[in-house]
Design a protein around this ligand. Structure first.
Ligand SMILES: [Zn+2]
Length: 329
């Protein structure tokens, strides 16, 4: 178990002034089903760190303090949350925008609870309350909350024109994509109440530190489609792909749009996905370590060239993986 330092999380500013590109590929309609479908286009996203965000602290009850590393967060980013006390904490439930957010102790530290709040890339910009509830000394329910403002992310928009016959997949393709989507949903609906990772999350390729396309909005023939939910890394076919952190392999197979894909469960609703692989070197049920080779870069599924699509999901929220690697152990 490795503690995550609340104050150490910094938010890079991602330059999203990417060029507009005209595609004539036949599957844009299906991006609503498969937001990981992507292209080998890599705008340079230099991660220039800006001023670290302020930490928000709120006394909740005698001796109990709630803390977040910022009072606001952009779409597709992450917030670290902490509950601190002088005495061992009671069981606490945490909620954000109507969904339960798991909290965990690290090691034998009973006086601190940690959590990771993922802000989905399409979360509507607005204030949301992060709320804690627990049973007080007399058994009465107690609660405490803080308002966290979700800001609009800065994502490039691609306005694409495609021929109409390329917008409609055939029924067989549509069926397969729907089955894939159902499978992925079942995976993300499963929350393993255990910290399977240890330490910092890593980028999945060696020597490749810049990736792009996260959050790109796509407008196809004037109609908005699902944004691109992962980071695309440029790499030659055959380049080894490594697990970002330790965890359990929960998917290792070919998907219609994502091609050969591996998904790793890191616990507490945190998943990483590696798509378009030329080869899969992992099996469902494998326990992998950070840095374990799980496959090779390829161009399987619907792509225009070899690259790695890397997705990070935190309790269903699709977040920019370049943010999670900023977490200092
Ligand atoms: Zn992609």
């Amino acid at each position: 178990m490795t503690p995550i330092t609340l104050e150490s999380l910094t938010y890079p500013f991602f330059n999203t002034s990417a060029p507009r590109i005209l595609f004539t590929m036949p599957y844009f309609r299906l991006l609503t089903l498969a937001s990981f479908a992507c292209f080998s286009v890599f705008p340079s996203l230099a991660a220039a760190a800006t001023t670290p965000p302020a930490t928000l602290r709120k006394p909740c009850a005698p001796g109990i303090t709630l803390a977040l590393n910022s009072a606001s967060a952009a779409q597709g980013s992450l917030l670290l949350v902490k509950v601190q006390s002088k005495n061992p904490l009671p069981d606490m439930k945490s909620e954000w925008d109507g969904k339960a957010i798991p909290l965990w102790h690290e090691g034998n530290d009973a006086i601190t609870l940690h959590g990771l709040l993922g802000i989905d890339l399409e979360q509507h910009p607005a204030p949301y309350e992060w709320k804690l509830t627990w049973a007080g000394p007399n058994g009465a329910s107690q609660s405490c909350g803080v308002s966290v403002v979700v800001r609009a992310g800065k994502f490039a928009t691609e306005r694409l024109k495609v021929e109409s016959q390329f917008v409609q997949p055939n029924p067989e393709q549509e069926k397969r994509a729907a089955e894939d989507q159902k499978k992925m949903r079942a995976i993300y609906d499963t929350l393993t109440p255990q910290q399977l990772w240890s330490g910092k999350f890593r980028l999945p390729l060696k020597g490749v530190t810049t990736g792009g396309n996260f959050g790109r909005r796509r407008v196809l023939n004037g109609q908005p489609r699902s944004p691109h939910a992962g980071v695309d890394f440029p790499a030659m076919a055959g380049t080894p792909v490594y697990a970002s952190q330790s965890g359990n392999v929960v998917l290792a197979e070919e998907l219609y749009y994502a091609g050969n894909t591996v998904v790793i469960d890191h616990g507490y609703g945190i998943y990483t996905m590696y798509a378009h692989l030329s080869a899969i070197d992992a099996h469902v049920g494998d326990k992998v370590e950070a840095g374990t080779e799980i496959g090779k870069v390829g161009a399987t599924g619907r792509v225009t060239g070899p690259h790695l699509h890397w997705g990070v999901t935190v309790q269903h929220a699709r977040v920019n993986g370049l943010n999670i690697v900023q977490l200092e152990p």
